[in-house]
Design a binder for this molecule. Structure first.
Ligand code: HEM
Length: 483
């Protein structure tokens, strides 16, 4: 029996824009009154900066860091955001001063219409208790128990890839990653007739975040927000039916769903269905977009870097021979060249590229004062492109993650999964899935990006290739060795 979830529910979340804007104005006014100014930077309203934050944040952030130091302000739309870029700054926000920040009223709040009170939108005791409850589902043995699903789903999809074909790898992986998440997290069986409807409603709900940020903010009957709300209604009904089925059968549900359904509240009652729904949808959300984008970018870089691709393929042949990996071989140590390639992909393209927070009290980052109630963002993507930490940062070089070099990186330098008490819950699940899919694909085909189709990066909600990314499917070529 797990420890009951005794924490009270979070305060109601106000999705209306005006109250949110008023809260921001109040925080700024208070900061002026109490004499804790915003850090230097672009503090005035600027459409140019707002646009750049959305269109090319990496360049904007690195440029501001050069001009103002590691902690600076950029006003986006109406709101000043304090950005902190650098290894010690990340460590301070994620670990040593993590209690100075909350998530719920940060930009993660934009996800509330779809995710509700899932892990990304709660703080404090409720977050802590739910995390402790779900954590066992992400222990090594549990993830290895579903790793065969990752391999078999990958094999099934990869065997349909015909040399000579052209595919949008992003769309291909997205569908596959969602199927894996539905099976591995929600316990759906192969061929479960509920899967397509769940996937469809989920994708339509998430469609909100495919629109430009300003369009996401619109409210009214024909807006993307309204469409997402309708899709959310369908998604809710489907997830609740799944929960009811498991409860009615009295059977132990597998994995994280089992842990949530087995838990009780302070009165010894099963957890509120809405709370369970919010955790499940959040896991699906956090898990499938990130995996999809990472695999696509990995194949893009390997397609452009034949030596790196050949090195991974050689390792696969040497370690696995002529078969696909077994669960235990996806632990990150058995295939070190593949692992370095994955690490380097997550350096160049950390899918969850920004960590939004809001200060709960006056604080400081690297000696720069930051007032209470202000949005603070750390950014793995920008930190991963600081030449002091990663020389020639735009080059794709898996050898950066050779053990002796990786060990020399300071704390907070490499944070694709965040850190501290809110480190990515699904890190292991995501890594096993990525290793499995990469191995299965690289054993069978070369995926060659169209040289004229460089990815145009989108940053909402995760870092991904805007409009997908096309690859030619070819028979596999060479093997070789390199770091
Ligand atoms: C390549 C794959 C993934 C990457 C790069 C990634 C990255 C991250 C990052 C950076 C955070 C922390 C954000 C912050 O500090 O603001 C995070 C949190 C989280 N991730 Fe992941 N993630 C991945 C896969 C997954 C998967 C597969 C799942 C679920 C199965 C998942 C579930 C979560 C959850 C629930 C949180 C919130 C944790 C908490 O608040 O305690 N992630 N992820």
């Amino acid at each position: 029996m797990s420890t009951p979830i005794t924490a009270p529910p979070p305060p109601p979340f106000d999705e209306r824009l005006v109250p949110q804007a008023v809260a921001v104005l109040r925080a700024e006014r208070r900061a002026r009154r109490t004499g804790v100014p915003l850090p230097a930077g672009s503090r005035g309203p600027s459409w140019r900066n707002t646009y750049a934050t959305l269109a090319d944040p990496l360049r904007l952030l690195l440029d501001h860091r050069r001009r103002f130091g590691p902690v600076f302000t950029i006003r986006t739309v109406h709101e000043p955001v304090v950005w902190a870029i650098g290894a010690p700054e990340n460590h301070q926000i994620l670990v040593s001063d993590a209690d100075a920040y909350q998530w719920r009223e940060s930009r993660f709040g934009d996800l509330h219409p779809v995710l509700g009170d899932g892990m990304l939108n709660i703080d404090g005791q409720l977050h802590h208790q739910l995390r402790r409850l779900m954590l066992p589902a992400f222990h090594r043995e549990q993830v290895e128990a579903v790793a065969d699903i990752m391999v078999s789903e990958g094999v099934r999809a990869a065997e349909r890839l015909e040399p000579g074909a052209e595919i949008d790898l992003y769309a291909w992986t997205r569908e596959l990653a969602l199927r894996i998440a539905l099976r591995g997290l929600l316990g759906l069986r192969e061929g479960d007739s509920r899967a397509p409807a769940l996937a469809d409603a989920f994708e339509r709900a998430l469609g909100l975040y495919g629109h430009p940020f300003v369009v996401q903010l619109l409210r009214g009957p024909r807006t993307p927000y309204a469409t997402a709300q309708r899709a959310c209604g369908e998604l809710d009904a489907l997830v609740r039916a799944l929960i009811d089925d498991h409860r009615a059968q009295g059977a132990d549900a597998p994995g994280v769903l089992g842990l949530l359904l087995g838990a009780t509240d302070a009165d010894g009652q099963p957890l509120d269905e809405q709370l369970v729904r919010d955790q499940l949808v959040t896991l699906l959300f956090a898990g499938h977009d990130t995996t999809t984008a990472t695999l696509t970018f990995m194949m893009y870089e390997l397609g452009r870097t034949p030596a790196a691709r050949a090195a991974v393929r050689t390792e696969l042949a040497e370690v696995l021979g002529d078969r696909d990996p077994r669960a235990g071989e996806l632990d990150g140590t058995t295939l070190p060249v593949l692992e370095r390639t994955l690490d380097e992909t997550l350096r160049r393209y950390p899918a969850a590229w920004v960590g939004p927070r809001r200060t709960v009290r006056d604080t400081e980052i690297s000696g720069v004062k930051v007032p209470a109630g202000i949005a603070v963002h750390y950014c793995s993507w920008a930190t991963h492109h600081l030449p002091d930490l990663f020389p020639d940062p735009l080059a794709f070089e898996p050898a950066r993650f050779l053990p002796e070099r990786a060990k020399a990186l300071p704390k907070g330098a490499y944070v694709p999964f965040g850190g501290g008490s809110r480190m990515c819950l699904g890190k292991r699940f995501g890594q096993y899935g990525l290793r499995a899919l990469a191995a299965v694909l690289l054993r069978r085909v070369d995926l060659d990006p169209d040289p004229g189709d460089a990815p145009r990066i989108t940053t909402t909600p995760t870092l991904g290739p805007r409009g997908g990314l096309r690859f030619a499917v070819n028979a596999p070529t060479g093997r070789s060795t390199s770091p």
